[in-house]
Design a protein around this ligand. Structure first.
Ligand code: B12
Length: 224
């Protein structure tokens, strides 16, 4: 008798979406969550993030089109919006504010959306600006709404200089700002924190989840 090993969940998810089987992908995600007791952080770590990385490889090697890659990204965005709120702390536990955005000109926003859910789990209210906001406008927004945290995502190395400039500018108007950053461009550096002047860099969401309460306690004297 031959036995076949089931595909890892991220590849099974990717294959459903290659077939344009959105309902099948959604069912797979529901089953994954049911098996993991509703753990959305595991959904991100074990299904959505590796599926996106695999999508990038398939796209680079011309096995899927740009349009197909956009489709997979959009379904994944919907799933983050649908399931992410399960992670959030209750509104009466909110004890700080974060502004979350991509570095100017950066369009890779899905990692930032997932990181924002982890920030919300730690009791932060997150004002998500997404992609495309200019540096000066982000800096002014941080100051106007007295954000405690700036969460910044940088995927492409050519956006690192502007990310560093944005951090410097934001600190100039909000000296106690805690700056947390992540994204693919930072994961490729030996000392990403120094390169852009962030307080903390996390390129994996588990590390962010683990360290965030300590960071908030050290900076603001309370943890959620
Ligand atoms: C989807 C996608 C797109 C979509 C993005 C859609 C969207 N709404 O986000 C679109 C089509 C817009 C796009 C465009 C481009 N892309 Co693209 N894209 C991807 C793809 C397939 C997935 C990206 C993704 O979501 N990854 C998964 C996320 C979850 O990973 P992540 O961002 O690294 O985030 C993780 C951590 O870093 C961390 N994190 C992220 N942000 C933050 C923030 C904070 C505060 C914290 C704490 C943590 C954190 O959490 C995440 C979980 O671990 C990747 C492949 C890949 N390997 O990632 C290519 C990829 C990143 N793209 C690439 C390229 C080249 C481009 C384009 C230049 C293509 C072109 N010629 O136009 C443009 C550039 C656009 C721009 N100006 O930014 C290359 C980059 C190569 C390089 N130079 O490094 C990649 C690697 C594809 C490849 N070649 O394999 N892309």
């Amino acid at each position: 008798m031959t036995t076949t090993t089931p595909a890892p969940p991220h590849l099974a998810y990717f294959e459903r979406l290659v077939q344009l089987d959105r309902p099948g992908a959604m069912t797979l995600v529901e089953r994954f969550l049911a098996d993991r007791g509703g753990d959305v952080a595991s959904l991100y770590d074990e299904v959505l993030v590796p599926a996106l990385i695999h999508t990038g490889q398939e796209w680079q090697e011309d096995r899927i089109s740009v349009a197909h890659e956009h489709y997979i990204s959009e379904v994944t965005r919907d799933l983050i919006l649908r399931h992410g709120p399960r992670l959030w702390a209750r509104s009466d536990a909110v004890n700080g504010t974060a502004v979350a955005c991509c570095a100017p000109r950066e369009r890779h926003v899905l990692g930032l959306m997932m990181a924002s859910d982890i920030l919300r789990a730690a009791g932060l209210e997150v004002h998500l600006l997404g992609e495309g906001a200019p540096s000066e406008s982000i800096r002014d927004f941080v100051a106007e709404f007295r954000a405690n945290v700036l969460a910044l995502s940088v995927s492409l190395p050519e956006h690192l200089d502007e990310a560093a400039w944005l951090i410097e500018q934001s600190r100039a108007v909000s000296p106690s700002l805690l700056v947390i950053a992540g994204g693919r461009a930072l994961s490729m550096l030996d000392d990403p924190r120094t390169r852009i002047g962030a307080d903390f860099v996390a390129c994996d969401l588990r590390a962010l989840h683990r360290e965030l309460p300590n960071l908030l306690r050290d900076r603001f004297g309370s943890s959620s």
